[in-house]
Design a protein around this ligand. Structure first.
Ligand code: GLU
Length: 491
């Protein structure tokens, strides 16, 4: 049997990192088993639709490297389209399919019309709460006669269609993450299957669709586990084989609270914008609840496709540790060539007005390489590299005076240095350090007496890479110009 998994978001906004993990695990499980991964859009809650969210979610998935084999996708113009044999893959386009199946359940007596209005349902709930009883529908319309139902429909009364949940027995299943799970049927509500607007609820649509789309493994968040028995009962009523289930644990922050927008970024697009690399985010997210069973930590998507499995997915809540994510980003950045790094850095530097399209990429590669080992995210770059592009650095003369020296001594050292560097016939980053250090030693200068003013005059700030690295990147002319400026600043 061909393994088929799906990711089934509701188009209510952006792709949450928790959603990315669900999609990733579903995708990986399909790839690992030569199966297919499907994207289905669950848009039956018409009140929560957000324009543009389908496109946005697909973009976020594609950025992460997750492509669907079947289902909803975007064409080359960025418009929503669908591919595959078992469509449509957007629930609002499947109403006739749900209609056919709800009629079948009504026919078999597994579902019923319910005419209770909101006031009555509120009243029932209030009484249940008052009596400390479990809340849920009280079955008022469960046994209406066919004639009564027809008369009410003819009179134009609004209704929903509910599942006639068996009142006895237990529903069991073996979850791929949580093991054996069971629920007492009597505690399960007569779930609404079709709402008064004629749209199916999630519970009904998900079963019909997973069946028709031949989904073999349903991978989703833990919040759905208590819904699973309702779904399994529906499979039984239809006489369909149910899929396997894997319910993924909650994502929490370091304070063990559910990960939410109030505690910082949660949308995949936010991480993208902040300058996280897709490889780093995917690697990090894969490890939120999974690990390979040894101490390896760096996994590309292709590695994950080979290694991922549910036997190593943990039941306990996964902690979203932002420092770890930054660590992953650093690892991936370190491994890039300077040119690759410069290409990714370019939009951030352009945005900050530091360079334009005419910039020499090779040169830029040398410049940004200064920060490659240090930086965590690309958004830091304009701030950390801005001084290299500055036409004129503004700084206080105090900055360049070495703490053990006077202003005059500092100025003198810079003047010596200027004269020395001016005579360089070859300006090579690799040899600058050696030559300058040799010159300092030969003249019996203090190392700090020369290198502190040199570095601060070149960078215009306290913290920066070494003076040799900066001078190498700036080139001879600009280095001399900045040293001269330092001399002038000292008056
Ligand atoms: N539409 C549901 C959601 O937004 C999908 C749940 C499922 O995968 O069954 O989370």
């Amino acid at each position: 049997m061909k393994i088929k998994t799906r990711f089934a978001p509701s188009p209510t906004g952006f792709l949450h990192v928790g959603g990315l993990r669900t999609a990733l695990y579903a995708y990986l499980y399909a790839k690992k088993n030569n199966g297919s991964f499907i994207l289905r859009v669950e848009d039956t809650d018409r009140t929560r639709l957000v324009e543009g969210s389908i496109e946005n979610m697909i973009h976020s998935l594609a950025w992460a490297g997750i492509e669907m084999d079947e289902g909803v996708c975007l064409d080359e113009n960025g418009n929503i389209t669908q591919k595959g044999e078992n469509g449509p893959y957007i629930q609002s386009e499947r109403l006739d399919i749900y209609k056919k199946h709800i009629d079948e359940l009504l026919e078999k007596g597994h579902a019923y019309h319910c005419f209770c209005n909101k006031e009555r349902l509120d009243e029932v709930r209030k009484m249940q709460e008052l009596n400390k009883m479990p809340t849920g529908y009280d079955g008022h319309c469960r046994n209406l006669s066919k004639e009564d139902v027809q008369a009410k429909i003819d009179a134009g009364e609004e209704y929903v269609i509910r599942l006639k949940m068996p009142k006895e027995g237990v529903t069991r299943f073996t979850d791929m993450v949580r093991g054996d799970v069971e629920f007492k049927n009597e505690l399960i509500d007569d779930q609404v299957l079709i709402k008064s607007d004629g749209f199916p609820t999630y519970h009904f649509a998900v079963v019909v669709d997973d069946h028709h789309m031949e989904i073999t493994h349903v991978i989703r968040g833990e919040e759905w586990i208590s819904s699973t028995p309702k779904h399994l009962v529906l499979y039984q009523m239809f006489g369909w084989e149910a899929p396997q289930y894997a319910h993924l644990s909650l994502l929490v922050n370091e304070q063990k609270a559910k990960l939410s927008k109030r505690h910082g970024d949660v949308a995949v697009e936010d991480f993208k914008e902040k300058g996280y690399l897709p490889e780093a985010l995917v690697n990090f997210v894969a490890f939120l609840g999974w690990n390979p069973g040894d101490d390896r930590e760096i996994f590309s998507l292709a590695d994950l496709e080979k290694e991922f499995d549910f036997d190593k997915v943990a039941k306990s809540a996964a902690v979203f540790n932002r420092e770890k994510l930054a660590w992953y980003n650093k690892q991936y950045i370190k491994d890039m060539t300077d040119l690759e790094f410069a290409r990714l850095a370019l939009p951030y530097l352009k945005n900050a007005g530091l360079v334009d399209d005419t910039v020499d990429m090779e040169l830029l590669g040398n410049v940004v390489a200064l920060e490659k080992e240090r930086m965590e995210v690309f958004t830091e770059l304009p701030e950390s590299l801005g001084y290299l592009f500055a036409k004129d650095l503004e700084y206080d003369p105090e900055l360049i005076i070495w703490k053990k020296a006077t202003k005059e001594e500092t100025k003198e050292k810079l003047e010596f240095l200027y004269a020395f560097l001016k005579n360089f016939a070859f300006w090579r980053q690799e040899t600058l350090e050696e030559e300058i250090k040799k010159w300092i030693a030969n003249n019996n200068f203090g190392v700090g007496d020369v290198l502190w003013p040199m570095r601060t005059a070149l960078a215009g700030r306290k913290n920066s890479p070494s003076p040799f690295e900066i001078a190498g990147v700036l080139g001879q002319e600009e280095t001399l110009r900045r040293i001269k400026k330092g001399i002038e600043v000292l008056g």
